[in-house]
Design a protein around this ligand. Structure first.
Ligand code: CP
Length: 331
């Protein structure tokens, strides 16, 4: 029989995280915030993880997550090591669990894991004794992204005192079936009290998502005027069955990329249907001109506010919170 895992020693998902732990991590992130969304410059902060080593095991590509984990760790005084699949012994057939165990044996104090296999960070956590942080596993979860999204949203909508999102309506739009971000966002947003609607063509936003506590719609135009925030998602062509690298075939459920854009893209015209005070989000990377117009991502005069870069900045604060929580508590 498999031993139960102490999930609070790791950060593996948000679906199983209590609201209390979630708010605790968000409050810890706020304690690092200088009031502008950037980390405070305090000498005490720079000594918090001196002598610790954070190992980034990134077996899938990343810009935001990898850079912000590195900056968060270094900003706390920790050392960092970065391993990617090319250039590691994964290419010689070493398993991801053996790789993680060997990195632990070199003295790593925490493992930050990104990979294409759903559940691999949890598998690693069962084989090592140091904290494991899921930095995105296949289409399963991306828990620090979910936390940074609700942190940035709370700040933008004046909820940062309590992180209570009660009465807010949030739409997550696009390729939800492929999206680990959507799963973590739904868990975080609903646990904090928001109503979440997932919008997309049926194969990308299936009714089965409703088991996660959200609703589902195929009609973006009927939803957009009602929401306080919209999180736009990239079409993940690389995760669609039969897609070849670099190709952009018709997304499931629509006849062409052009039709997808006509029905589901956040164009300038469509963004102007949103309520005053509402915000536009995107976890990145953005395909400008596909799921979202570049002008909307950059912020429209007289339109909804874009908090896309505030999300990225919040990522450093949230990752500082997670690292100090896991390494401080159990180091
Ligand atoms: N949002 C996100 O995970 O971005 P990266 O893939 O660049 O890390």
């Amino acid at each position: 029989m498999t031993e139960p895992l102490d999930r609070d020693r790791h950060l593996l998902d948000l679906a199983s995280m209590s609201r209390e732990r979630m708010v605790g991590l968000l409050s810890r992130a706020r304690s690092f915030d200088d009031g502008t969304g950037s980390p405070k410059h305090h000498e005490s902060r720079r000594r918090m993880l001196v002598g610790r080593s954070v190992c980034n095991l990134f077996f899938e590509d990343s810009t935001r997550t990898r850079v912000s984990f590195s900056l968060a760790a270094r900003g706390l005084g920790a050392g960092t090591t970065n391993l990617t699949a090319p250039g590691s012994s994964i290419t010689k057939g070493e398993t991801i669990v053996d790789t993680a165990s060997n990195v632990e044996a070199t003295g790593g104090d925490a493992l930050v894991v990104r990979c294409s296999s759903a559940g691999a960070p949890e598998l690693i956590a069962r084989h090592v004794s140091v904290p494991v942080i899921n930095a995105g596993d296949g289409s399963h979860e991306h828990p620090t992204q979910g936390l940074l999204d609700v942190y940035a949203l709370s700040q933008a909508l004046g909820r940062e005192d309590s992180f209570d999102l009660t009465d807010l309506n949030i739409a997550i739009v696009g390729d939800i079936a492929s999206s680990r971000v959507a799963r973590s966002d739904i868990a975080a947003m609903t646990r904090l009290g928001a109503r979440v609607v997932c919008v997309g063509p049926a194969p990308l936003a299936p009714k089965s998502l409703e088991s996660l506590g959200c609703t589902v719609s195929a009609d973006l135009d009927s939803v957009l005027g009602e929401v306080d925030a919209v999180q736009m998602l990239r079409l993940q062509f690389e995760r669609h069955a039969g897609a070849k690298p670099g190709e952009k075939p018709s997304p499931p459920g629509v006849g062409s990329v052009r039709e997808y854009r006509a029905l589901y893209a956040l164009t300038e015209t469509r963004a102007r249907l949103m309520k005053p005070g509402s915000v536009v989000m995107h976890p990145g990377p953005i395909n400008r001109g596909l799921e979202m117009d570049g002008a909307v991502a950059d912020g429209l005069d007289g339109g909804p506010r874009s908090i896309v870069l505030a999300q990225v900045s919040a990522g450093v604060l949230v990752r500082m919170a997670v690292l100090t929580d896991l390494l401080g508590q159990h180091g």
